[in-house]
Design a protein. Sequence first.
Length: 335
Amino acid sequence: MVGSANQGSKASGTSAAGEPLAAPPMVGNVSGTVLDQSGAVVAGAKLKLTTSGADQSMNRNTESGDDGQFSFANVAAGAFQLTVSAAGFAAQTYSGILHSEETFLVPKIALEVATNVTEVKVGLSQTEVAEEQIKVEETQRVLGVIPNFYVSYDPHAVPLTSKQKFKLAARTVVDPFTVVIVAGTAGMLQGQDHFHGYGQGTEGYFKRFGAIYGDTLTGTFIGGAIFPSILKQDPRYFYKGTGSDLSRFSYAMANSVICKGDNGRWQPNYSNILGSLAAGGISNLYYPTQDRDGAELTFENAGVGIGITAISNLFQEFILPRITPKKHSTEPAKP
């Protein structure tokens, strides 16, 4: 809070005629900033300030400015309640106590995207709500660096459109961290002379880089966009976060072979399974002849891929939320 509080009455004086002067009103100011879950400012949010005193004429309404900031001046000292609402967001309330001559700085208000059907209809369309949720997911980075876009900390997140699934996949494969990892992997493989058919030198390095990036590209788009669009499945992992460790462990493991459909129901994760098989088959087109997988090895790799997904889910459930900024608070997500 900014400023100082003066809770006592000011000493009264007398007028020229000897009449006692009335004490000045005990008032202060209330101000703050409205943001969304991604940290972006929310302009035009509606704010209603209600005081608990008998004088309800002090109750006021205002809107946040283009910078998300708002301010109420000359507010009666005492308890107050602030209600914040904006189209497409769930309303929030904040309570505080204002002292006389004090400027009360309300902690930054982070509005969550509305998930209630009625709220969505009044404010944003379902597609627009999903777009807001994607913005939040695109800020999620482990240790502030590693992209963690394919996890939702909102168990009631609305389904993505096909366009949004492709957008999320594209955002992942062009992320600078993805490119750096591919570049490092290509260098390591060249140092170990893996994929000998590519040779050495600059040409050999870029062939390896292209092959690894091709795997990343096809795996992400086929398993995260193409099949999820065709089969109407959600490619994201929905964080559970509550319940016993055993129930969360079982949930994470199960999510390697099941997923949420766009209808909100849990179903076999055909997108991930078929995506692994398809990506393995496509890689046979550009790997050196001696390094191409046969059909049997492709199926074996798909099985390994499911196991890796299970391990990844365990990290998502128990470790990564602690080191991933910009995550949602959650309710249980039950399969």
